[in-house]
Design a protein around this ligand. Structure first.
Ligand code: GUN
Length: 285
């Protein structure tokens, strides 16, 4: 039996509608959810990402201000801008688009750590990551949260399920492991460079962050499993997932396509964090 294809676009549209209603309510209270996007340098793909984040913010009725700094911006100038935005009460969320230009690479962590945790809508700050591990209130990283939101929207019981995360990063693999644990799953985190197949074969839920096109095939998956693919590998000008969709879809119960699965959910979860930040400001939890 073929798997059900998860429509990330439709799920994102539902969340967008909900967020638009919340923004409308916030505006009635005089709060206009505002996101400051910092783009340093002239990389075209970064500029494109920043534009789509601004558009998504405006799409729910929020306000996005883009601060485009020159390629030769110094660390001090960048930190000065972050400090100004941290202190600006009209700004609820701050995002510095990565990667930074080459001369600022060694300072990326310093830059991300300079954003106030309560304005850190990317959820990269150690305070947000630490609170996720503790199980306290915090922002959840957007790609990891997108995976969990998809599972919730499918309406499957997460408690007691065995989730296997083939991943590694602080943006996806590590946080999604903690999030699924919070939801009551037994979670196994396996590094993509380890022999992950014995684990994926047992999994009720598989989350992939492999970084290799079509690395996970149908025979590595338990029949009926839910497969969430965060991969976006460029192959001959096309975005290809970590999962070999055709063979996996013959075995899985549900599967996200690439593109059209996790991707559309990522940006909306960023806007979700922005709206949470603005609600907090308004004293609404
Ligand atoms: N560059 C690529 N992905 C991201 C992201 O999620 N956040 C930021 N700030 N930069 C990125």
């Amino acid at each position: 039996m073929a798997a059900i294809r998860i429509d990330g676009k439709a799920m994102a549209a539902e969340i967008r509608e909900q967020l638009s209603r919340e923004v409308e309510e916030l505006k009635k209270k005089g709060i206009n959810p505002t996101m400051a996007l910092i783009l340093v340098g002239d990389a075209e793909d970064s500029a494109l990402y920043v534009r789509s984040k601004a558009k998504a913010c405006e799409g729910v009725g929020g306000f996005a201000e883009v601060h485009h700094l020159g390629e030769d911006t110094t660390l001090e100038q960048l930190l000065e801008l972050i400090d100004k935005l941290n202190k600006d009460d009209s700004v609820h969320g701050i995002l510095v688009q990565l990667p930074l230009p080459h001369h600022l690479h060694p300072y990326e962590k310093k830059v991300m750590d300079a954003i106030l945790p309560e304005k850190d809508i990317d959820a990269f700050h150690p305070m947000n990551i630490g609170n996720l591990v503790i199980g306290d209130e915090c922002y959840w990283g957007v790609t990891a949260h997108a995976c969990v939101k998809i599972l919730e929207k499918l309406g499957v019981e997460l408690k007691g399920k065995h989730a296997v995360v083939v991943g590694w990063s602080i943006e996806i693999g590590k946080p999604v492991t903690m999030m699924l644990f919070e939801k009551g799953c037994a979670v196994t985190l396996v590094h993509p460079e380890s022999d992950f197949v014995p684990y994926t074969k047992q999994a009720d839920i598989i989350i992939t962050e492999v970084g290799k096109p079509r690395a996970i095939t149908g025979e590595m998956i338990k029949p009926g499993a839910i497969v969430i693919d965060t991969g976006a590998n460029w192959v001959e000008g096309k975005s290809v997932g970590d999962v070999d969709y055709d063979s996996a879809a013959e075995v899985a119960g549900y599967i996200t396509p690439v593109p059209g699965g996790v991707g559309p959910m990522r940006i909306i979860m960023l806007i979700y964090n922005l709206v949470q930040a603005a609600k907090k400001k308004a004293g609404i939890s």
